[in-house]
Design a binder for this molecule. Structure first.
Ligand SMILES: NC(=O)c1ccc[n+]([C@@H]2O[C@H](COP(=O)([O-])OP(=O)(O)OC[C@H]3O[C@@H](n4cnc5c(N)ncnc54)[C@H](O)[C@@H]3O)[C@@H](O)[C@H]2O)c1
Length: 195
């Protein structure tokens, strides 16, 4: 049980990689707070409870600053701390540069970049007061090398890498680590539409 007694928030935990993270963390002893827009997160939390773990689901968007702040406050007062934040929620709106609308660009920035900023900013005070924290954010291989049709997505994932490096400088002295992971192609609903 590598995460015994840890309190972990997983954004985008209703399906795909975030669901797998939530299930594995629960198996390793963490209390998992699943935060997602999709209601399937309720079933993920129920299954975790049924197999002896601890989990809660909250329908909150990573883009809703006050809802995120309220939830984190609630979690901290219920469990006394927040140890881990997994910034996993993400979306795509793929289109080549000349065809990409401003709305498509903004939507991806809002969730993948600003959402990660909002959640990390909201969790930092709790981790600082506990002198411990683990922040892991989903970047992507695409953030390192770009990708056809993903101007918006590539920018956000490169941004997540840069923000994580910045947070190591600002938060490291409080026992908080910040890492970005860059998975390659993973078969989830997100990549269903890619030919
Ligand atoms: N699948 C891949 O090949 C791959 C590769 C590299 C990186 N990633 C990254 O990994 C993460 C997870 O990807 P996935 O493939 O599991 O995707 P997915 O689409 O299966 O899951 C993403 C989850 O995020 C949730 N979400 C979206 N917007 C949200 C919001 N505003 N607030 C809260 N939750 C929100 C969705 O509802 C969904 O449950 C993403 O950040 C993605 O960019 C995926």
């Amino acid at each position: 049980m590598r995460l015994k007694d840890k309190i972990a928030i997983v954004t985008g935990g209703s399906r795909g990689i975030g669901k797998a993270i939530s299930e594995l963390f629960a198996k390793e002893g963490a209390t998992v707070i699943i935060m997602d827009l999709l209601p399937q997160g309720e079933a993920v939390a129920k299954d975790i409870l049924a197999s002896g773990g601890t989990a809660e689901f909250h329908k909150v968007s990573v883009t809703d600053k006050s809802a995120v702040e309220n939830l984190f406050k609630q979690v901290n007062s219920k469990y006394g701390k927040i140890d881990i934040l997994i910034n996993n929620a993400g979306i795509t709106r793929d289109r080549t540069l000349e065809k990409m609308s401003e709305d498509e660009f903004d939507a991806v920035i809002e969730v993948n970049l600003k959402g990660v900023f909002i959640c990390t900013q909201a969790v930092a005070p709790y981790m600082k007061s506990n002198n411990y924290g683990r922040i892991v954010s989903a970047a992507s291989n695409v953030g390192l090398r770009g990708n056809f049709g993903q101007t918006n997505y590539a920018a956000t994932k490169a941004g997540v890498i840069a923000m994580s490096k910045t947070w190591t400088m600002e938060l490291g002295k409080y026992g908080i680590t910040a890492n970005a992971i860059a998975p390659g192609f993973t078969m989830t609903d997100m990549v269903d539409n890619i030919p």
